[in-house]
Design a protein around this ligand. Structure first.
Ligand code: SF4
Length: 332
């Protein structure tokens, strides 16, 4: 299946300045050699602790930050290279839903004007009647009453505001929606409702979703594939079932051990990692995880492990890939 989004060897370094002398002191290596694809109708989740680089990947895909190296292709278009006027047109096909529905909606605009904004900006609807009609249809899609149009965003609850954000994202009929911690700020009951809404919309519209989240329980519930990031790099990428039942990287195994098992009669043994996450200004040599890995051996300190296949194709032709020198994880 042809990917809607293809990210190839993406790097994002931020210069570090300061100290007594002018000039750069080094770089924050926020994203290091990240590659993945997302197909039409597929959800890929990127998970990891805060600061692992997952949101930077999303911002680079949207070109809210310029990649340092690598390629980003949206339906074959090199969006990392495209000039800004063309990029503006292409943005119609990739939309974003951010974490905080309270700050991402103007308190002075009506819901109608918020949702109509992309329709007007991209020239997708003209005239009051047509715009009202399109906005009403989008409110139906996100299951809000049509009379919400005349009200201000601050009159709604957090979950309802996130529905307004989703309606705005859907307005230009995008191929890809990036959800950057889109349910993290919501109460538990609203989280489930928003996730169910997103998956229903995906089934109906064939949307590709890039779901960036630290909430592993939500990810386990709704994603097709998962990429696990540690210190700027993907350490494992696999279909949901393989990853959650049989993680093949020591970091994934530790990260996922904190998620309650969906079956309450089963239990996951909690693995607590020792040490702190190293600085992305001066990451460890070899395997970036070697300073905290319980299975570290000499080779890990000098040689960067490449992502290697661990299982045969399981989903969308995907394999389970892990960046580890071990052929298999020791039993717990
Ligand atoms: Fe651990 Fe070595 Fe594998 Fe890195 S390469 S995860 S340090 S065993």
């Amino acid at each position: 299946m042809n990917p809607i989004l293809e990210v190839v060897s993406l790097k994002k370094y931020y210069p570090v300045r300061g100290g007594l002398l002018p000039g750069r002191r080094g770089f924050v290596q926020a994203v290091e050699d990240v590659s993945f694809t997302i197909a039409k109708g597929e959800t890929l989740s990127i998970v990891g602790e805060s600061g692992c680089g997952k949101s930077t990947v999303g911002r680079a895909v949207l070109r809210l930050t310029e990649p340092t190296e690598g390629q980003i292709l949206l339906d074959g278009w090199r969006i990392d290279k495209i000039p800004v006027p063309q990029l503006r047109k292409l943005r119609r096909h990739m939309q974003v839903v951010f974490q905080d529905p309270f700050s991402s909606l103007s308190p002075r605009m009506t819901v109608r004007d918020i949702i109509a904004e992309p329709l007007v900006n991209f020239g997708l609807a003209k005239g009051r009647a047509e715009i009202d009609d399109r906005v009403a249809g989008l409110l139906d899609k996100v299951r809000l009453p049509r009379d919400a149009m005349r009200r201000l965003a601050h009159e709604f609850s957090g979950g309802q505001r996130q529905r307004i954000c989703i309606a705005r994202a859907l307005a230009p009929s995008p191929a890809l929606i990036i959800c950057d911690e889109a349910v993290s700020a919501l109460d538990v009951s609203f989280k489930a409702q928003i996730v169910n809404l997103l998956t229903d919309l995906q089934d109906e519209l064939g949307l590709a979703l890039l779901f960036i989240s630290h909430d592993l329980a939500i990810v386990e519930h709704m994603t097709h594939r998962v990429a696990v990031m540690y210190l700027g790099s993907i350490v494992e990428i696999a279909d949901r079932r393989s990853l959650f039942s049989r993680p093949s990287h020591p970091y994934s195994r530790a990260l996922l051990s904190s998620v309650p098992a969906p079956d309450p009669t089963a239990s996951r043994r909690r693995i607590v990692l020792t040490g702190e996450v190293p600085s992305p200004i001066n990451p460890p040599s070899g395997c970036r995880f070697h300073t905290r890995c319980p299975y570290v051996f000499d080779r890990c300190r000098t040689e960067v492990p490449k992502l290697r296949a661990r299982t045969e194709a399981t989903y969308f032709g995907a394999t389970q890939l892990a960046a580890c020198h071990l052929d298999a994880l020791p039993a717990l």
